[in-house]
Design a protein around this ligand. Structure first.
Ligand SMILES: [Zn+2]
Ligand SMILES: [Zn+2]
Length: 182
């Protein structure tokens, strides 16, 4: 059976948040071969979540949980009474928090936005991988990330102590970068 795809995480099966493991999904009770191992914020901890139950929202609904912190989406205020500053469509925000697999990060994950919509998470990025996009990433590297820009540019790794997280706008194609340290 073909695995479900995710609009905001097109490479979801290549970013270490799923493992091939036979089991019964705690949500749909079907025998599955792909288990989600990324973060899921809920009171109860489900044993096994399959990608289908992420995509259709049933895992989030059953456990009242989030895969990605709603307030961690760029442009969202942590205070729900203040409207989000980028005026983004609520449905796309909920798709990120409730129906999109997370990615692995040192700190609480952030989800970048562009063109009034959450970006797609492309993958982990090291210094070499961001080279073609340095112009697009300038503002993120120099202002938003908050570490020494030169250090970020030269010491980014995909799995070391300073990890880069590459996003891409689903409208204009612009790349965005987030980074954090252990
Ligand atoms: Zn399932
Ligand atoms: Zn854009």
């Amino acid at each position: 059976m073909e695995l479900p795809t995710f609009k905001y995480s097109p490479n979801a099966y290549d970013i270490d948040v799923f493992i091939k493991e036979e089991g019964t999904c705690s949500v749909c009770n079907l025998k599955r071969g792909m288990k989600y191992t990324g973060s899921f914020y809920s009171i109860e901890e489900p044993e096994y979540i399959c990608p289908w139950c992420i995509q259709d929202g049933s895992a989030s609904k059953k456990y009242d949980g989030e895969f990605n912190d709603y307030a961690g989406i760029e442009g969202i205020s942590a205070n729900p009474s203040i409207p989000n500053s980028l005026n983004m469509d609520k449905e796309s925000l909920l798709e990120v928090s409730e129906r999109t697999p997370s990615y692995i990060s040192w700190q609480q994950e952030a989800w970048l936005s562009h063109c009034n919509e959450p970006c797609a998470f492309i993958g982990y990025a090291d210094s070499e991988m961001i080279k073609p996009y340095l112009d697009e990433l300038k503002e993120d590297i120099e202002v938003n990330i908050g570490y020494d820009p030169e250090f970020v540019q030269n010491n980014l790794t995909t799995d070391g102590s300073l990890v880069g997280y590459l996003f891409q706008c689903i409208h204009c194609g612009r790349h965005r970068l987030h980074a954090d340290c252990d």
